[in-house]
Design a protein around this ligand. Structure first.
Ligand code: MD6
Ligand code: FE
Length: 196
C-alpha cells in the first residue's frame, strides 16, 4: 500500500467536497444491504462514473444505474481523474468511484476488493473529513495486520500485491476534522472494473 499523506491541501479538499455534494444531489446516499442477511451496512453509499459498486442481499455487483433512483451515475469529476492519472501513473481511467459516508458509529469490515475484471489495475482512495482507523492486513484473513490513520486529504493506492490484501475501517475518530459541517467521513474509492 502506498500512502500519500496530505495529498490534497485544505482548499482542494473543499473543492472536492463541493463536487461530491453536487454528485450526491443527483445520486443520493442510500443504505446498502449486506449479502445474505440483508441487514443494512453502517456505511451509506453512492457512486459516480460509468459503473457503480452495489452491495445487495443477492451479492455484490457493478451497475450503471443508482439502485433507488434508477438514474445513471453522475460523471467522475475531472479533478479526481487528474488525481488518478498523477498518482497511479497508469494509462487507463477508473470506471467506478464508490462514495462511502461514515457517521460517528460506522465501520467497514475486513474485505478484499475482488469484484473487478481488472485484477492488475491499482485502486486509489481519497479520504475527506474525520480521521479513520484503517486496518491493512495481508493476502489471507488471518495474515498479520496493522492500523493506519487516514486523515482528510490523504490518498491511498493499493497496487501490486496489496491490491488483493484484506483491509477495512475499524472506526472513525469523531471531531478530528472541520471539513464537513455534519461531521463524519467520506471516502472515494476509484476502481477499474473491466479489462483495460
Ligand atoms: C475506506 N476503503 O477507506 C474504505 N479499498 O473507507 C477501502 O475499502 C479501500 O481505501 C480498496 C482500496 C483502497 C481503499
Ligand atoms: Fe476496499
Amino acid at each position: 500500500m502506498r500512502l500519500l499523506p496530505n495529498h490534497l491541501d485544505p482548499d482542494r479538499q473543499r473543492l472536492l467536497m463541493a463536487e461530491v455534494r453536487r454528485i450526491l444531489d443527483r445520486a443520493p446516499l442510500y443504505s446498502p444491504a449486506m449479502p445474505r442477511s440483508g441487514n443494512p451496512l453502517s456505511v451509506r453509499m453512492s457512486n459516480c462514473g460509468p459503473l457503480g459498486w452495489l452491495s445487495e442481499r443477492s451479492g455484490y455487483r457493478y451497475s450503471p444505474t443508482h439502485p433507488v433512483t434508477g438514474e445513471p451515475w453522475p460523471a467522475i469529476p475531472d479533478m479526481v481523474l487528474d488525481l488518478w492519472r498523477a498518482a497511479t501513473g497508469v494509462g487507463y481511467l477508473p470506471e467506478a468511484c464508490l462514495i462511502n459516508y461514515y457517521g460517528p458509529d460506522a465501520r467497514l469490515g475486513q474485505h478484499r476488493d475482488q469484484d473487478e475484471d481488472a485484477p492488475e489495475a491499482p485502486i486509489l482512495s481519497i479520504s475527506l473529513g474525520d480521521t479513520a482507523l484503517f486496518r491493512l492486513g495481508g493476502p489471507e484473513r488471518k495474515s498479520p495486520s496493522r492500523s493506519v490513520r487516514l486523515s482528510s486529504g490523504d490518498v491511498v493506492v493499493l497496487e501490486g500485491p496489496s491490491r488483493h490484501w484484506y483491509h477495512g475501517v475499524d472506526r472513525i475518530l469523531p471531531g478530528t476534522s472541520r471539513l464537513l459541517p455534519e461531521g463524519g467521513r467520506f471516502n472515494l474509492t476509484l476502481r477499474r472494473v473491466t479489462k483495460p
